[in-house]
Design a binder for this molecule. Structure first.
Ligand SMILES: Nc1ncnc2c1ncn2[C@@H]1O[C@H](COP(=O)(O)OP(=O)(O)OP(=O)(O)O)[C@@H](O)[C@H]1O
Length: 289
């Protein structure tokens, strides 16, 4: 443990040519020898990586590889973290970081018996209380509802929304505070292809126009193509930290999924490393669309 606060209670969405303005400062997240113990095993094993500012970094890997654990460490809710983890210039878990980070977990955290707008009004009031901020709150709520495309459901009870709609309400809550870092744990699970595309478009808009850093986890490998950078994780080990293009080039593969499988094989059989897989293997069992 070096700098982690142990008690944190306190139509294409592909990035293609990267036209995002250059980030102004150092990385949003820097990890050195980041290790997390969960139960009797290491869920994350001595990870070194950075997350650049104002970009979308995809955190990809199969179920159970440690994606949520890594996100929890970054937002400061994970116990038994060792190594160095610096977030927006401060040790992860520092209380002052809370209002600078938006975190959406896999479980929608909204009140089922309130409407979408009432939920957002409530969280806006918690973030920015007082009569003097009423107009600013109303503006923030209206913008967040538009951002996640829930205008037509604004007055529906959250308890009557679909899973995908509910997760968009959670995202809207996270957007209320205009966070510098947005950490999204599998935000597109259960969404139809149109909504997934729209959400990825939104992520790009947020990164490009607001300069927000996004860390987005997924185990759907084709979503990797929509990220500026990737962290590929397997069994708590970082297999790669690269752009999708460079990853494909260096593994001589055509898709990030093939690149992932190449790296898995390479890690298992280092003696054959350097021998690229030209032929795509059958679909990875964890990949789903
Ligand atoms: N509460 C817990 N206690 C002990 N071990 C846990 C706990 N939660 C998760 N783990 C273990 O930590 C490892 C990483 O889990 P994690 O939830 O971070 O994976 P993930 O990549 O986010 O998976 P998924 O894609 O299924 O959400 C797994 O081996 C898991 O079994």
């Amino acid at each position: 443990m070096v700098n982690y606060d142990p008690d944190p209670t306190g139509n294409s969405t592909s990035p293609g040519r990267d036209t995002t303005p250059a980030p102004q400062a150092g990385p949003a997240v820097t990890a050195e020898s980041l290790t997390v113990v969960r139960g009797d095993r290491n869920a994350l094993k001595a990870l070194d990586f950075t997350v650049p500012r104002a970009r979308i970094t995809g955190l990809l890997g199969p179920s159970g590889c440690g994606k949520s654990t890594l996100m929890r460490a970054i937002v400061g809710t994970q116990a038994k973290v060792t190594g160095t983890l610096t977030v927006l210039g401060a040790p992860a878990g520092t209380p002052a970081l809370r209002e600078r980070i938006g975190y959406v977990t896999q479980d929608p955290s909204v009140y089922q018996d309130l409407t979408v707008r009432q939920n957002l009004d409530y969280f806006a009031a918690v973030l920015n209380p007082g009569r003097a901020h009423r107009a600013a709150r109303a503006e923030a709520v209206a913008r967040a509802i538009t951002d996640v495309d829930l205008t037509s459901h604004a007055d529906d009870l959250a308890g009557r929304l679909s899973g995908g709609q509910l997760s968009r309400v959670s995202l809207a809550v996270a957007l209320l505070g205009t966070p510098e870092l947005l950490v999204l744990d599998e935000p597109t699970v259960g969404l139809d292809p149109v909504l997934r595309r729209d959400l990825w478009n939104l992520f790009h808009t947020i990164a490009t126009t607001r300069g927000t850093t996004l860390l987005v986890s997924s185990h759907v490998m084709d979503e990797a193509e929509r990220c500026h950078r990737l962290l590929l994780l397997r069994e708590g080990v970082l297999l790669a930290e690269d752009t999708p293009d460079d990853l494909r080039t260096r593994t001589a593969t055509e898709t990030v999924e093939q690149a992932f499988l190449h790296l898995v094989d390479e890690a298992a059989h280092p003696e054959t490393s350097g021998r690229p897989h030209h032929k795509p293997p059958t679909s990875h069992p964890e990949a789903r669309s």
